[in-house]
Ligand binder design. Structure first.
Ligand code: SF4
Length: 337
């Protein structure tokens, strides 16, 4: 690429809206706005993904951390209590039919249990046929068969071993690869993969993660990879966002965050909290307030307070904001104030 073209591309990519932009997203189940003392499944979550270069961004956390709520909000399955999900600059809530159809085509999802997607009374071919018909991807049966076979080959499956089979005749790994293949058929820009390998055996897990990386590198497809497993996040992600009780605890380059976590919760997750040294009494001890007061204060202050080995008085006063602790590396902890 010559210099002028390189500059033009750079300017264009700077002026174009991000592929996906999430701004201050909050979801409270069961009622309207977030009331004092009420728990949000997800709170003030923001992130963005540029269309190019493609990336794998992991959203990691324990169950109840808000990661699946986030996936469902991004896919438009849930309405946010506050905040926005924008795709190519358009708020999902305000999209007209045409933009919504583009979104439905360009943003695909794969889920933990691929079996639930199949109808056990039909051969697996049907999952392709439905998509091909809905999005008018082929002019006739031959073309439909050809693009289905191509999509299966991309995920390393042999069409003659798959087509015509019923879901129960295939392994969990094959069923999940078919889901990736069906998503690929639509040439998506983004795939939301919600725990896609957690019900699959270890050898097949590695194959599916490799397919995700190949789709990113060879076809420019970005992924939001939702997981509770930091080791797989480390293997495949460019960036990672770790959630704790609906809030971002730490985010940044996946290798940096996982190899050198800064937030005490993320340190706990990766098992790198230093063993206490009896010769070095810990200086940060604070008197725990009575239980009810603690309950109210942890709602007001840092949600990790009860489990945190470094807790300080300030941690009970207000939730810690995200502090910048390096290049694109953020941690929500008063240790970095
Ligand atoms: Fe621990 Fe305080 Fe940091 Fe929360 S803000 S993780 S309680 S040190």
């Amino acid at each position: 690429m010559n210099v002028q073209k390189e500059v033009q591309t750079k300017i264009l990519s700077q002026t174009q809206a991000p592929l996906l932009e999430i701004c201050n997203l909050t979801k409270v189940f069961g009622s309207g706005l977030l009331q004092r003392g009420q728990k949000a499944a997800l709170e003030n979550f923001s992130m963005s993904i540029q269309g190019s270069p493609s990336k794998i961004i992991s959203i990691a956390g324990e169950s109840g951390s808000g990661k699946t709520t986030l996936a469902r909000l991004i896919l438009g399955f849930l309405i946010p209590t506050q905040g926005e999900v924008r795709y190519r600059g358009k708020d999902l809530k305000m999209m007209d039919q045409k933009s919504w159809k583009t979104f439905r085509r360009e943003v695909q999802a794969i889920f933990q249990d691929p079996y639930g997607v199949y109808n056990p009374f039909y051969p697996v071919d049907r999952v392709f046929e439905i998509v091909i018909r809905k999005f008018k991807l082929a002019k006739n049966r031959q073309e439909s068969r050809r693009i289905t076979e191509e999509a299966l080959v991309v995920v390393g499956l042999r069409p003659d071993e798959i087509l015509g089979k019923y879901p129960h005749q295939l392994s969990g790994g094959q069923r999940q690869r078919i889901m990736l293949s069906r998503a690929f058929l639509l040439k998506p820009k983004l795939i939301i993969a919600d725990e896609p390998v957690s019900m699959i055996d270890a050898s097949m897990r590695a194959i599916i993660l490799k397919i995700m990386m190949d789709l990113k590198d060879n076809f420019g497809i970005s992924f939001i990879y939702i997981t509770h497993d930091l080791s797989t996040a480390f293997q495949i992600s460019d960036d990672i966002i770790v959630l704790y009780e609906g809030l971002v605890a730490e985010s940044g380059d996946a290798e940096i965050v996982i190899k050198s976590p800064k937030h005490p919760y993320v340190q706990l997750l990766v098992g790198s909290i230093p063993i206490p040294d009896p010769d070095q009494p810990w200086q940060g001890r604070v008197e725990l307030p009575p239980e009810e007061e603690l309950e109210m204060n942890t709602l007001r202050g840092c949600k990790f307070y009860r489990r945190c080995p470094y807790k300080m008085e300030i941690c009970l006063k207000n939730p810690p904001p995200l502090y910048n602790i390096g290049a694109d590396h953020l941690a929500a902890c008063y240790l970095y104030k």
